[in-house]
Design a protein around this ligand. Structure first.
Ligand code: PLP
Length: 389
């Protein structure tokens, strides 16, 4: 079968202590080859020439692809810099990555702890797990409440910051408690990106994410990944990818790798503007329930500053009514009314329209893009004024 740590030639080693921007632009690049491009283009292949015994690395396109190999290396370098024995697998979407961990690790009779305020598709996953005889327990992210229901669990699933509520839990504390009980720990790192938070360094066994959001950042690719340090567990995740076939297309994988080169630029810009916007919203009387982990008085700020290197590009808040929220969204000129987050173009939506999250009708999830901060804040303040009547 395929060797997981396929080596097609690493690029030159980076200087010790290289910064995030340096690591992002070089992440996953192969050894320079004369007359070849810096980042080789997507390899479109369902099968590869394979005379004789079928040995890897590249045999069939559902198992491995050279474009994934480079992307997996890039993600691994960002999620777990300098850590040996870490493996990365890319998937067709964030949900494909999440499902691969849950469904490959859990068996009938096992118990799993999920957040009750996590990504909106988790309740669907919960129902599916339960049909297989897996016990699902849930608790909120805030206040490390998942600690209370850990006894006897096989796997702890953490999402921090949570989407869309932006609560943060103490990953180190939860991981220690879970490991003491023999449970594996997975962290959904979508919102923070690997530049904002490195779950493996905080003690998690898996960092899992949707690359659809800020990692790729242009709103044009669906992608997911799993990074893990336990070889046996990762072999099961790889096997799940193979039997379900939840693989990214080579074009998507290549676009993602290309986008990672600007990750640090985008994250720096978007996160800084998110803080500026949050501060501006704090001054508005019609805004309640404002959450941004980077605000010094946010309930998440203390733990977030201990374990995060950046606070993300999502700001959430509540307007007085559903009608007011709809008028606000309609009045915005620089912000698209759309779901998802993390793109270079700001988006916002009234989250209650989906019916999946436990949020007030006027709850807005706002994803800050790469616009000039003054323009964006002015647009938001004007839309708040215009939507008042
Ligand atoms: C979007 C999202 C997912 C799902 O990712 P897809 O790429 O849409 O499948 C999972 N977790 C979080 C926190 C997300 O925001």
């Amino acid at each position: 079968m395929n060797e997981s740590t396929t080596d097609t030639g690493h690029g030159p080693a980076l200087p010790d202590g290289a910064g995030d921007g340096t690591r992002a632009v070089r992440a996953g690049l192969p050894e320079p080859v004369k007359h070849e491009p810096t980042l080789p283009g997507p390899v479109f292949a369902a099968h590869f020439h394979l005379p004789g015994d079928p040995t890897g690395p590249y045999t069939y396109g559902r198992d491995e692809n050279p474009t994934w190999t480079l992307l997996e290396r890039a993600v691994g370098e960002l999620e777990a810099p300098g850590q040996d024995g870490v493996e990365t697998l890319v998937f067709a979407s964030g949900m494909a990555a999440i499902s691969s961990v849950l469904f490959s690790q859990l068996r009938a009779g096992d118990a799993v702890v999920l957040p009750d305020d996590g990504y909106q598709a988790l309740p669907l996953v919960r129902a599916q797990l339960e049909t297989y005889g897996i016990e699902v327990r849930t608790a909120p992210t805030g206040g490390d409440a998942q600690l209370e229901v850990l006894d006897g669990a096989k796997l702890l699933w953490i999402e921090t910051p949570s989407n869309p509520g932006l609560d943060v839990c103490d990953v180190r504390r939860l991981a220690e408690a879970a490991h003491a009980r023999g449970a594996l720990v997975a962290v959904d790192n979508t919102l923070a990106t690997p530049l904002g938070q490195r779950p493996l360094e905080l003690g998690a066994d898996f960092a899992v994410a949707s690359g659809t959001k800020q990692l790729t950042g242009h709103g044009d690719v669906l992608l997911g990944y799993v990074v893990g340090r336990d070889a046996e567990a990762m072999a099961a995740v790889r096997r799940w990818r193979k039997i379900v076939g939840a693989i990214p297309g080579p074009m998507e994988a290549w676009l993602a790798h290309r986008s990672i080169a600007t990750l640090q630029l985008r994250v720096d810009r978007q996160n800084a503007t998110a803080l500026t916007l949050a501060r501006a919203l704090r001054e508005r009387s019609e805004v309640t329930g404002l959450r941004y982990p980077g605000l010094s008085d946010d309930p998440s700020h203390t733990i977030a500053s201990q374990q995060m290197r950046g606070f993300g590009c999502v700001v959430s808040f509540t307007l007085p009514s559903r009608e007011r929220a709809d008028r606000f969204l309609g009045a915005l000129r620089l912000v698209d009314d759309a779901t998802s987050f993390g793109g270079v173009r700001s988006t916002a939506e009234r989250r209650g329209r989906w019916g999946g999250d436990a949020v007030p009708e006027g709850f807005i999830r706002f994803s800050v893009g790469a616009e000039d901060p003054e323009d964006l804040v002015a647009d938001v303040l004007r839309a708040l004024d215009e939507s008042a009547v």
